[in-house]
Write a protein that binds this ligand. Structure first.
Ligand code: PEP
Ligand code: MN
Length: 337
């Protein structure tokens, strides 16, 4: 429910907040230029009690939030949110490029990668220390050693980094090292994990599940936000279709749909979206054109030696060239890198 306050009197607002909380609801105060609204989020079954607030001093109206994603949606919060990750910003007028290898493989590899992406102008480093692999016999990641190397590499170039967390138990440990926590496509509906990252103080990079709808992605963001963590960035990374030429079908239409439905920043990942390095640049440019707030791109110093996702990783020179090619598109979208 949205409680629209007719009064700006802090005492009247505090009384209404107290009452809503006594009903067992979380309150979200949004102070606009003209008026203050209070979002009451919680069990739908108690909404009649909230309606009774209409007769409370200072309350102008009580209206329902129609979408099921109360905190992620645009009914309660109309302004686009900006997610701050270390010295980087995702959303607003900034365009962000998160780049790096699929996996952390060695100290040399991640340090070299960090320098390459920094030199090319990327805003954030990526790299997996815990890898969700289809086969248990494939490389599973360097785990905590990988987190330490990511921290060293990121600090060396002055960029924040994002890395995947795969289990609820890992969340506090990964949050100790990382600037941003990634929820992978395969875990988008791991609700225990979503709640666990929602309880950390680190921003979350939430990737769309390969068989998930846009609404399901928004509901997963809602899980994280309902635990008190409002710093969520959504990522379109391709979905499963009957097409086999590409690894996934990159659903670029999800970007404008998400921009309409949510205030959260939206990033596109053409590396996992296509699975082939040749298609990364055209889909990256298209992502800017459809309104993405940023890109996630896999880059490896030597893709042919990569432990994972070599086929979709750009070589350093190709990545640097793409960063330059993107500039006019970013300017045309009215954003700055
Ligand atoms: C990744 O970012 O390396 C990754 C595993 O992505 P996704 O979860 O989108 O497959
Ligand atoms: Mn990958």
């Amino acid at each position: 429910m949205i409680i629209v306050m007719g009064s700006r009197d802090p005492e009247a607002i505090a009384q209404v907040v107290k009452k809503i909380e006594a009903f067992g609801y979380q309150t979200h105060l949004i102070e606009g230029v003209e008026r203050t609204v209070i979002g009451a989020v919680g069990d739908e079954r108690g909404k009649d009690r909230l309606r009774s607030l209409e007769s409370f001093p200072g309350v102008e109206s009580v209206v329902p939030i129609l979408k099921p994603y109360k905190l992620a949606g645009k009914e309660l919060r109309t302004e686009n949110s900006v997610c701050r990750v270390g010295n980087a910003e995702i959303g607003g007028g900034k365009f962000c490029v998160v780049a790096g290898p699929c996996s952390v493989e060695s100290r040399e590899q991640i340090i070299e990668s960090a320098e390459i992406v920094r030199d090319a102008g990327a805003t954030m480093l990526r790299g997996g220390a815990y890898k969700p692999r289809t086969s248990p016999y494939s490389f599973q990641g360097m785990e905590e050693d990988g987190l330490k190397l990511l921290r060293e590499a990121a600090d060396g170039v002055g960029l924040p980094f994002v890395t995947e967390v795969m289990t609820p138990e890992q969340a506090p440990l990964v949050a100790d090292y990382a600037d941003m926590l990634q929820i992978g496509a395969r875990n988008m509906q791991n609700f225990g994990l979503l709640k666990a990252v929602g309880r950390t103080s680190k921003p979350v990079f939430l990737k769309r599940g390969m068989m998930s709808t846009i609404e399901e992605l928004l509901m997963s963001a809602e899980y994280i936000m309902s635990e008190g963590n409002a710093n969520v960035v959504l990522c379109e990374r391709g979905i499963r279709t009957f097409e086999t030429e590409t690894r996934n079908t990159m659903d670029l239409s999800a970007v404008p749909v998400l921009k309409k439905r949510t205030h959260l920043p939206v990033v596109a990942d053409p590396s996992h979206g296509t699975g082939h390095w040749e298609y990364v640049a055209p889909m990256a440019k298209a992502s800017v054109a459809v309104g993405a707030d940023g890109l996630m791109i896999e880059m490896h110093p030597r893709p042919e030696e990569a432990f994972s996702d070599g086929a979709q990783s750009l070589k350093p020179a190709r990545f640097a060239a793409l960063m330059n090619e993107l500039k006019p598109y970013i300017a045309l979208a009215g954003k700055t890198l």
